[in-house]
Design a protein around this ligand. Sequence first.
Ligand code: ZN
Ligand code: ZN
Length: 175
Amino acid sequence: MFGVNVMQLLWKKLAKEKTVRLKETLDVSGLLKGRTDVKGFGELEADLQAELTSGVAEVTGQLTLDVQMVCARCLGPVHERLAVPFREVFTEREDLLPEKEREDAHIVTEDAVDLKPFVEEAVWLALPNIPLCKEDCKGLCPVCGTNRNETDCACKQERIDPRLAGLADFFKDSD
Ligand SMILES: [Zn+2]
Ligand SMILES: [Zn+2]
């Protein structure tokens, strides 16, 4: 079963209760379907708490998501359980905030504040840019394509730092 599509912080409810727990299972297929590097994913578990103090709501908590990606070096599967910390600040009146916090705060204009876009943004930023199956993945041989985590091939591995390649040419020419 897939999770819900909205995650609402109800401002009037929060104003009355001061603290509101928001625990939701969200469907993030809309967010991730365009990511070709994401091969599979589960539902997003959002466990957040909103606290209202002097007209300013701080929403904090954790987002958890299982993702399957492809190793950037060996193209093998990468399973990751992302645990993403979440923090956003909301207020009806910007002037209630200290100057330095104003830029990051979101202004509330309706009773129902949809948290989903903020949750999705946090998850998006937490997805690894260069997923690796393990820290020291040896990758595929650029010559024969063998997965060097499994087998050592006999190919000659010439590793020239691209920054030094020009220098190598220079010495060659001066001979
Ligand atoms: Zn790998
Ligand atoms: Zn090889």
